[in-house]
Design a binder for this molecule. Structure first.
Ligand SMILES: [Zn+2]
Ligand SMILES: [Zn+2]
Length: 392
């Protein structure tokens, strides 16, 4: 591996930042302390700091030793934590009850700060780097809000790059793919209204539980019967709430879940399919229903040229044989997709460690921890990307 030696020299410092952020997790749009921390560090490195986009977003702007090219690229990290009660016992465990950095955004923030420190010291590039620290990646679309509030108007860039740690992939490996890489993310809520009655006299009511169970079953056919086999869709029912006691058929049942897809046409069809199936089943039982359907994140699509650029930078750091260009897409979702709708760019996965070892625990698990051993690799990737894209 050819990590940047100067970055390796301050590995302990990056680790310290990472653990400090881990111990103080903050969720969507409340990343006040984290944003202060990031802004303070950037200013300390001599980087121009802008605040206020998407409430807690922080943007750092750094020019190279020269800016004759007039070119600029954006590097993005996410700062938010999750609503999870951490079950780790180590010293840097969460100090905030019910909140936890279980997706490694603490590591993403620390790695981008590490790259910023190095790039501010060396400025061995021609052009401008915009460091984007966004809030609310999980569920709430802080990246979308930053774009809507004028991120790329205020800080124009020709391309934007992102990365995410990936448990299950060995330390010192990178994977990526051109084209659709992560799925679009929608949510739905179906409220079935029947007629409540005594459980021993079902003929006097309309049972929303039996009706709802049929809906849950029918939704499984959207992926298996309504979608082309080579297209990819997930329809997962994740909540079913109905009833309070043994001997009452309740009045209503609430079914919630998520839909993942890649193609715009497929995503468009999902809402219609769910609506039609749920309504037909309710009608057949004499029940009524309402559907709330929300499109959260679009599919994440990497542009071809920038994927090549990212792969080359990664290969420089971890070696050609440790880069998988053409990885399988993931059905997970990312609000970096909004930045990639606005600008060309590429999002890569960085190995966090394999199962059983450090960094092997899956993200969103209460035992997860970002693997500090990959921090120098990630920061070196960022710095190398800048020096390769904006050569002096
Ligand atoms: Zn996550
Ligand atoms: Zn994440």
């Amino acid at each position: 591996m050819a990590v940047i030696n100067r970055i390796a020299e301050f590995h302990d410092e990056i680790k310290g930042w990472r653990r400090d952020i881990h111990a103080h997790p903050e969720t969507a749009f409340e990343e006040e302390r984290t944003a202060d921390f990031v802004a303070e560090k950037l200013a300390e490195f001599g980087i121009q700091v802008h605040r206020g986009l998407a409430k807690t977003g922080v943007v750092g702007v750094l020019d190279g030793q020269s800016n004759a090219s007039g070119r600029a690229i954006g590097l993005r990290a996410d700062m938010d934590a999750l609503h999870i009660q951490e079950l780790n016992g180590f010293d840097h465990r969460s100090r905030h009850d019910g909140k936890m950095h279980a997706c490694g955004h603490d590591g993403h923030t620390a790695m981008l700060l590490g790259a910023a420190k190095y790039l501010a010291e060396t400025r061995n590039f021609d052009g401008r780097v915009t460091f984007i620290f966004q809030p609310a990646e999980e569920n709430e679309g802080g990246g979308r809000v930053m774009v809507e509030e004028g991120l790329f108007d205020q800080f124009p860039v020709e391309a934007v790059y992102g990365l995410h740690n990936m448990p299950g992939m060995p330390v010192g490996t990178v994977s990526l793919r051109s084209g659709p890489a992560m799925a679009a993310f929608d949510i739905f809520e179906i409220v079935v209204t029947g007629k409540g009655t005594h459980a021993a006299m079902p003929q006097l009511g309309i049972d929303p539980i039996v009706t709802g169970a049929q809906i849950v079953s029918a939704l499984q056919t959207i992926a298996s019967r309504r979608t082309a086999p080579m297209d990819s869709v997930v329809v997962s029912v994740t909540q079913f709430h109905a009833g309070d006691t043994w001997n009452v058929i309740p009045e209503t049942a609430v079914i919630r879940g998520t839909v993942r897809s890649f193609k715009k046409e497929t995503q468009d069809r999902m809402e219609q399919d769910i609506q039609r199936m749920a309504r037909a089943i309710c009608e057949s039982q004499g029940a009524t229903m309402t559907l709330r359907y929300e499109r959260r994140y679009p599919a994440l699509v990497n542009s071809e040229a920038e994927t090549g650029i990212a792969a080359a930078a990664a290969a420089r750091v971890v070696g050609e044989d440790k880069v998988v260009n053409g990885a399988e897409p993931l059905m997970g979702s990312e609000d970096f997709a909004y930045m990639l709708q606005a600008k060309p760019g590429c999002y890569v996965w960085l190995g966090n460690g394999t199962e059983g070892g450090p960094g092997g625990c899956a993200v969103h698990n209460p035992h997860y921890d970002f693997n500090d051993d990959i921090a120098v690799v990630g920061a070196s990737y960022w710095a190398t990307l800048v020096e390769q894209v904006l050569p002096r």
